[in-house]
Design a binder for this molecule. Structure first.
Ligand SMILES: O=C(O)c1ccccc1N[C@@H]1O[C@H](COP(=O)(O)O)[C@@H](O)[C@H]1O
Length: 214
């Protein structure tokens, strides 16, 4: 059995929240990015935060967002962590950390080994690197599309703290992903859905069980 943190991203309904809590996930992700089928507004985020109480960590996902949206969402969703999933520079990540006083996770889009090296620019600034598959240039979203990447590119990260694996993780492949990468945190969204934006409680449970029993 491995001790790994689990994040279920793109929670937008009470049923999905309850499933993540029942499956003992460590974090839910609330997506504040209108083009996403998982987007939540302030009202929905506040209702989910009230329902969750202190039973699970709340990560707010933003894509090149301005301070206004982040401020409103941090308050409404009572966020514990800010995840920046766009093209935010190291300077912008430092600014967000400073302005909001919360841990910041920076998504690093990966297709090649050079992409993995780009995390170095955020060293000492981001609190966690979230390695995710780089989506195609014309893709609708920069994440949440069920795409994975070559996990062997993360070989040098094995045994190091402060990073997570995302991209195409599902109940079927999460044990293999954990075995191959040793990731301290596993993050999934579309792999626990029956359709884009529709979380499936049974898949959430299966994902958490498979990750924990790996
Ligand atoms: O989930 C989304 O809609 C989303 C939108 C914009 C940027 C990132 C998004 N999700 C993140 O992407 C990873 C990978 O998703 P998937 O498991 O491959 O579907 C996910 O864990 C979220 O952190």
């Amino acid at each position: 059995m491995t001790s790994v943190a689990i994040k279920i991203c793109g929670i937008s309904t009470p049923d999905a929240l309850d499933a993540a809590i029942a499956a003992r996930a460590d974090f839910i992700g609330l997506v504040f990015f209108p083009p996403s089928p998982r987007n939540v507004d302030g009202h929905a985020a506040a209702a989910l935060a009230a329902r969750a109480g202190s039973s699970i960590g709340r990560v707010g996902l933003f894509v090149d967002a301005d301070d206004g949206l982040i401020a409103e969402s941090v308050k409404a969703g009572r966020l514990d962590v800010i995840q920046l999933h766009g093209e935010e520079t190291p300077e912008r990540v430092a600014q967000v950390k400073d302005r909001f006083g919360l841990p910041v996770w920076k998504a690093i889009p990966v297709a090649t080994g050079r992409d993995v090296e780009k995390a170095q620019a955020y060293k000492g600034i981001a609190d966690l690197f979230l390695f995710d598959a780089r989506t195609p240039k014309d893709a609708a979203l920069p994440g949440g599309m069920g795409l994975s990447f070559d996990w062997s590119l993360l070989a040098s990260w094995r045994g190091r703290p402060g990073w997570g694996l995302a991209g195409g993780l599902s109940p079927a492949n999460v044990a293999d992903a954990l075995e191959r990468t040793g990731a301290p945190l596993l993050d999934t969204s579309s792999g626990v859905e029956s359709a884009p934006g529709q979380k499936d409680p049974e898949l959430i449970r299966a994902f958490c069980d498979a990750a924990r029993n790996a």
